[in-house]
Design a protein around this ligand. Structure first.
Ligand code: TEU
Length: 474
């Protein structure tokens, strides 16, 4: 492909309640993926190809099976006693009204301590208490252990959630109803966030030649600027998510995404984010349905949309992150029963919806936003199980693998994968598409997205049609 860096989603030891985002042991590889020796070999082989490897760093929470949590729960004298967010409640109800991203209250009650522990995600993903400096020191030690191995950086999972408002007060009712989550205003940009990020960087990343990209849902441009401005010494880049849905829409809404909003968003960020900040460019990841399906599920537009997105991503200003399958033009899977889903978010949401509606409407809603759409196995060939495995895969393969697979697309000159390859090669062969200015033109014209990339005497002009119909000269 010409890709330089691989980002691995979590491969650490985990009971896999949330696909590895619930870590049991930070310094061990999950059995399903192999051993630490396998990992070391992977790293060495990636490096020997002149490529880099970044890992997922999940430090807002651990699995409830992590020994810190087990000690914190079971041993009153343990040094890990306050490593998590424990709270008493006098009336038998959770200590506050915060809800989990994966449905229901964000609190588990533990008889052993007669206390509640916070989990913003699944019931097995317990939030760490960053106020505790020993916890922070242990986290930095673990990070340095990985950096000493020679990895090239980290993607930091929900890193903007690590600092919670002291006292963990109730979330505002109106905000909660509007967002669908209660309490978020008390932790998505918490009081000590900047301080923690700076401390972490000083204690770890700054001593190595590595880069960081923070996953920061909800931060928007102004806060992202504070997180990534070079002089502030916090993060190198962030993933901000505002462009993945049209304004007023959420992931589980049934609607057609209007690309004119993406155009506005990209123009706004490239013009206003600031010269000492650097953007990430992405449309997909393991938490979102496929972008082509959001824009237009009509198969007639699949290939052209796949290429349009590639063109935007690889000619705009910023660092492109391509999510596996994008290079094939993958679309959403055709799940038709809840038993086919594997994601804890989808399954919990379905069960929650059943209390309000019938099973077919519940399924319909889950299908709109399920993260499983993007988690189906990589389609290598048109052979058995798409060449992914000779065993039955853990989740259904997208049925289109006979037409959409890597082997066949590589043979076809006009395929999406070859389009990506050409664009990446062009981008890498000169600096204009990387460092050049981004100058939008004709920005007022609906359904047309045009811009220049200019560096010195070199100039690229990109012209994109965002509509379903052909455009004549305008
Ligand atoms: O994602 C954070 C996440 O789930 C967001 O989608 C968040 O819930 C939403 O933006 C709130 O508006 C990360 C990982 O990428 C995901 O796979 C994990 O499940 C999650 O953290 C917990 O580790």
């Amino acid at each position: 492909m010409g890709v330089d860096i691989i980002w691995l989603s979590p491969v650490y030891d985990s009971p896999n309640d949330d696909n590895g985002y619930d870590i049991r042991d930070y310094q061990k590889i999950m059995d399903d993926f192999g051993t630490m020796e396998d990992f070391d070999r992977l790293l060495e082989q990636v490096h020997s190809r002149g490529m880099k490897l970044i890992m997922d760093l999940v430090i807002n929470h651990t699995s409830d099976e992590h020994h810190w949590f087990q000690e914190s729960l079971n041993n009153p004298n343990s040094p890990y006693r306050d490593y998590y967010l424990w709270k008493k409640s006098s009336d038998g109800n959770p200590p506050n009204n915060w809800t989990s991203f994966f449905s229901g209250s964000a609190w588990n009650y533990y008889e052993k301590r007669d206390e509640w522990a916070l989990h913003l995600f699944s019931k097995k993903q317990m939030d760490l208490n960053w106020e505790n400096e020993n916890l922070r020191a242990d986290i930095y030690k673990m990070i340095n252990w990985w950096l000493d191995k020679g990895i090239d950086g980290f993607r930091l999972d929900v890193i903007n959630y690590i600092s919670k408002q002291q006292g963990l007060p109730d979330g505002n009712e109106s905000i909660g109803k509007m967002m669908g989550y209660f309490g978020i205003e008390h932790y998505f940009y918490g009081p000590r966030l900047h301080e923690y990020l700076r401390e972490m960087r000083q204690e770890t990343f700054d001593n190595y030649d590595v880069f960081t990209v923070g996953e920061t849902p909800g931060t928007g441009m102004e806060m992202s600027r504070l997180l990534t401005s070079e002089y502030r010494k916090e993060l190198n880049m962030v993933f901000s998510f505002d462009h993945l849905e049209n304004p007023g829409k959420v992931r589980f809404d049934d609607y057609r995404y209007d690309l004119n909003y993406l155009k506005e968003y990209l123009i706004n960020w490239t013009e206003n984010y600031g010269n000492d900040c650097w953007m990430t460019l992405f449309f997909e990841n393991h938490d979102n349905p496929r972008m082509i399906s959001k824009i237009n599920p009509n198969p007639e537009y699949r290939n052209v949309l796949g290429k349009l997105l590639a063109m935007i991503q690889l000619t705009s200003k910023g660092t492109p992150f391509i999510y596996q399958g994008q290079e094939l033009g993958m679309v959403n899977a055709s799940f038709d029963s809840i038993s086919q889903f594997r994601d804890v978010e989808s399954i919990n949401l379905y069960n929650e919806l059943l209390s309000e509606t019938n099973s077919s409407d519940a399924l319909k809603k889950v299908l709109c936003g399920s993260r499983d759409h993007a988690r189906t196995p990589v389609q290598w060939t048109s052979g058995m199980n798409a060449g992914f495995s000779s065993a039955e895969p853990w989740i259904r393969i997208n049925e289109d693998y006979r037409e959409y697979n890597i082997e066949d697309q590589l043979k076809s000159p006009l395929s999406i994968i070859n389009f990506y390859k050409s664009l990446i090669a062009i981008r890498k062969s000169n600096h204009t598409l990387i460092d050049g200015d981004f100058i939008p033109v004709k920005e007022k014209i609906k359904n047309i997205f045009c811009y220049y990339r200019i560096l010195g005497k070199e100039k690229y002009y990109v012209e994109l049609n965002l509509s379903e119909t052909q455009k004549s000269d305008q």
